[in-house]
Design a protein around this ligand. Structure first.
Ligand SMILES: Cc1ncc(COP(=O)(O)O)c(C=O)c1O
Length: 460
């Protein structure tokens, strides 16, 4: 069975371009290849799902806006753990908090002080949060939110949007099209994205096209007798919502008494301290968090209204309570990391900086793409910067597929050659990114575009 490619001429060429001694480069390459001996396919991350687009190096460490490879390269990080590192790599206050807590202990099979502090902070800043429950990841947060709304409503089905990703659990791994990019079942039929999802699960999932309020409303109305909830990613895979869409979703959910869940794993603590719900001024009934909450330490959270969250209270009656326990839920190190993260994000000017950085990056990229005669639609919100190479408006998952996605992959590979990690879309920034990093990103993008133009890689 094939796994990663063996050291290639391209790897060697990059090393030479970067002035990396041959011995360091070849030991880094052999470390990358060694991974395949012990890890299936040598990987466990999104980036390397496509063996051809896997990075040709390993990281030794990160600091602020930069990451360093085992063979001595320094790259500007605009991937930032898919948006987890809002304060950059190893922010001193988070590292201090983690160290201090690790020395005091992590797991006590009882509520910890940092978890209480974190819950209090979240209740203060997240509009929908009367109460908070901690778990270990974004996937778990979504699983818990779904169990809550099913218990609360006594119903089964959940509506999600086509293309939206809500974690790898069986629950909602449908019509995200990780696996099958060209299958188009009719709405609201759900298509599984992985083998191994039990048959029948799709009967509990309804799929609607992003930004189409009318069709979504029709699907909701047709399924009211068994609809437990609606879940959405407020900036769906980097695709902004149409003006009025979020408000429309809120009205629809309220009108039919269906709980509305914002999956804020990607937007929480990112668009604003209070997440997308603060940014849009639209409050869901429940919200899920992960990623940006813990500066890269494993944590997830569900926040929501007292009425629904009371199903997590052990004192609630048997018919108004769910089971949800985990050995590491609310563990002291992750929650201490999150407390330090929120304190860092609460510093005055944080979101003004992040939003202005995102807007300048979006404008700079658009100007560059136009200079290279590339048809482009810029999307994303605030510090989430996304774009699609096409002349047509991109409003939903299907229109996002009818764009030149291969070019984005080629750009990401070129950006790595120009010492920037990320660059194939959904770019992030952190408080450690400033004018220097903005210029480096735009310069690397320009150099990448030149390289591709010269090699004929801009078309096709
Ligand atoms: C919106 C959204 N929900 C859920 C998840 C799953 O989170 P995790 O990877 O922490 O399980 C992700 C991760 O990419 C996400 O972006």
């Amino acid at each position: 069975m094939s796994s990663r490619s063996e050291p290639t001429a391209e790897h060697a060429e990059i090393a030479e371009d970067q002035g990396i001694p041959e011995s360091s480069a070849s030991s880094a390459i052999s470390a990358v290849n060694q991974a395949a001996e012990y890890l299936p396919g040598g990987t466990y991350h999104t980036l390397s799902q496509n063996p051809d687009s896997a990075p040709e190096f390993l990281f030794s460490h990160g600091s602020g806006a930069y990451v360093y490879t085992t063979d001595g390269r320094r790259l500007l990080d605009i991937m930032l753990g898919h948006g987890s590192l809002m304060l950059g790599h190893c922010p001193p206050s988070v590292v201090e908090a983690v160290k201090a807590q690790a020395e005091r202990g992590n797991t006590f099979t009882h509520v910890t002080q940092p978890a209480i502090e974190l819950a209090k902070m979240m209740v203060e800043v997240v509009p929908c949060a009367d109460k908070v429950r901690f778990i270990n990841s974004g996937t778990e947060a979504v699983m818990l939110a779904l169990r809550l709304v099913r218990a609360y409503t006594g119903k089964n089905k959940v509506l999600k949007f086509e293309g939206a990703y809500h974690g790898f659990a069986d629950e909602l791994l449908f019509s995200t099209n990780y696996g099958y990019p060209d299958r188009w079942p009719d709405y609201p039929a759900a298509d599984p994205d992985s083998l191994g999802i039990p048959a029948g699960r799709q009967d509990h999932v309804l799929i609607a096209p992003w930004n189409d309020l009318d069709l979504t409303a029709e699907i909701v109305r047709n399924n009211l007798d068994d609809l437990a909830g609606i879940i959405l990613e407020p900036v769906m895979r980097g695709l902004s919502s149409r003006p009025g869409f979020m408000e429309g979703m809120r009205e629809l959910a309220t009108e039919h008494n269906v709980p509305l869940i914002f999956d804020e794993v990607g937007t929480g603590f990112k668009l604003a301290l209070g997440g997308a719900q603060e940014y849009y001024g639209v409050t869901p009934d429940l919200a899920t968090f992960g990623k940006g909450l813990g500066s890269g330490y494993p944590i997830g959270a569900v926040a929501g209204s007292e009425e629904i969250m009371s199903y997590l209270d052990p004192a609630s009656p048997d018919d108004a309570r769910i089971f949800s326990l985990g050995s590491f839920h609310g563990n002291a190190v992750s929650t201490a990391a999150a407390v330090a993260t929120i304190k860092g994000l609460r510093e005055p000017g944080t979101y003004e900086h992040l939003t202005s950085y995102g807007n300048r990056l979006r404008d700079g990229l658009e100007e560059l793409f136009q200079r290279f005669d590339l048809p482009v639609q810029m999307t994303g919100e605030a510090n989430t910067v996304e774009w699609f190479f096409t002349t047509e408006p991109v409003t939903d998952y299907r229109s996002s597929l009818a764009t030149n996605r291969g070019l984005k992959d080629r750009l990401a590979a070129q950006m790595r050659r120009h010492n920037v990690f990320g660059g194939g879309g959904r770019l992030g920034s952190s408080t450690a990114h400033g004018d220097t990093e903005l210029s480096l990103t735009l310069e690397a993008m320009e150099a990448s575009l030149v390289s591709l133009r010269d090699s004929g890689g801009l078309s096709g």
